[in-house]
Design a protein around this ligand. Structure first.
Ligand SMILES: [Zn+2]
Length: 370
């Protein structure tokens, strides 16, 4: 048995994250969280002192293109399994591999590799992150409806999120066809306030990496941000590396969208790798001090910050621990209509132990201290 003693445990009370002082018990053999045994005689107990620490379920990254040298666009099932092991060691217990704009046959190859990886992970006892499905970042358009139908027939249940640009021809038909079956998220869009409101009224329920690849919110053009604010059941993804959105704007957004923010990495294969030059999508990208530099003007070329590091950054920007953990653990599942992990007896033993500044101190995954 493992006993996590003396920590502040993240729990949900009245729909909000708060902390309770209590012990968490784990059975490493079963890889489960358990009730405190009533009789401890003859049971070997490894006590982990968590005083002054925060204990949470594992994190969930629902928008990730790659990390540790793996690029989802051309990864094999074995590459994805390796990515899943690396992510587990970083406190991330679930992720949605995310595609870029690719031809249908390439997307099919990605879905096949992910599907094979899910099969391999099912029989694996080593610590790993789960893959509840795939996020298709297109954006997708009307002519691609047929492609989605064909993919969902061959890979039932695998696709969870589809990104679309609501202002383009065919977006309405797309919503009519797929709203309710998938999370439809507005992405790479020039939609104004009215177009975005229509999209949310037709079943769109999310905005992909808010403020990036879309028009900004202006005083007489509230844009998709204003529409998302007005529709209180719409979720918003935020890339929280401090480069894609400046810290003061992140503070504003956490104030405005509390309870419906999904922290995502949107990271690519150089995440988790040392600084240097990488080839991404056929172009050279340099990584220096956690920022990417692409093209001749050194523009941002994606993120290399995993959500675990984002948590620490957000705390350093002055955002409350409760809000950060809500956006890292619970809201990502809510967006998908799934039940989040709650550190309750019977759940898989994926647990993070965090310092006061949300630095990851220890990960328990697959019943082991990783
Ligand atoms: Zn992306």
């Amino acid at each position: 048995m493992i006993r996590l003693a003396g920590g502040s445990v993240a729990v949900i009370r009245d729909g909000a994250v708060c902390f309770e002082k209590k012990d968490i018990w784990l059975d490493p053999g079963l890889n489960l969280i358990i009730q405190q045994p009533s009789d401890l005689s003859g049971i070997a107990v490894e006590t982990v002192d968590c005083s002054g620490k925060f204990i949470t379920p594992g994190f969930f990254d629902s928008h990730i293109h790659g990390c540790f040298g793996v690029d989802i666009s051309d990864a094999s099932a074995e590459d994805i399994v390796r990515m899943s092991e690396e992510l587990a060691a970083c406190g991330i217990c679930a992720f949605l591999p995310t595609t870029m704009t690719l031809p249908e046959d390439r997307i099919r190859e990605v879905l096949q590799a992910v599907s094979d990886a899910v099969d391999l992970l099912e029989n694996m006892t080593a610590p790993h992150a789960d893959i509840p499905g795939v996020h298709l970042e297109g954006p997708f358009l009307n002519p691609e409806q047929a492609a989605i139908h064909s993919l969902e027939k061959d890979y039932p249940g695998l696709i969870k999120i589809i990104d679309i640009a609501p202002e383009l021809d065919g977006a309405d038909e797309f919503c009519r066809e797929f709203a309710g079956r998938y999370v439809l998220s507005a992405a790479h869009t020039t939609a104004d306030y009215g177009t975005a409101l229509d999209f949310f009224a037709r079943g769109g329920s999310s905005v992909t990496h808010m403020l990036n690849a879309m028009e900004p919110c202006l005083k007489r053009a509230p844009g998709i941000q204003g529409a998302a604010y007005d529709c209180s059941d719409v979720f918003v993804e935020l890339i929280c590396d401090g480069f894609h959105i400046e810290p003061p704007v992140l503070r504003m957004l956490f104030g405005l969208f509390e309870g419906r923010i999904v922290i995502v990495s949107d990271s690519m294969s150089a995440a988790g790798m040392p600084d240097g030059k990488y080839e991404l999508g056929g172009a050279e990208v340099e990584v220096r001090n956690g920022r990417t530099y692409g093209g001749s003007d050194g523009r941002l070329a994606g993120s290399v910050t995993l959500v675990t590091e984002a948590a620490q950054k957000l705390y350093s920007y002055g955002i409350k621990r409760e809000s950060i953990l809500d956006a890292l653990i619970y809201v990502p599942y809510k967006r998908l209509g799934m039940t989040p992990p709650m550190l309750l007896p019977g759940e898989r033993a994926d647990v993070n132990i965090l310092a006061e500044d949300l630095r990851l101190v220890k990960v328990i995954s697959g019943g082991r201290v990783v």
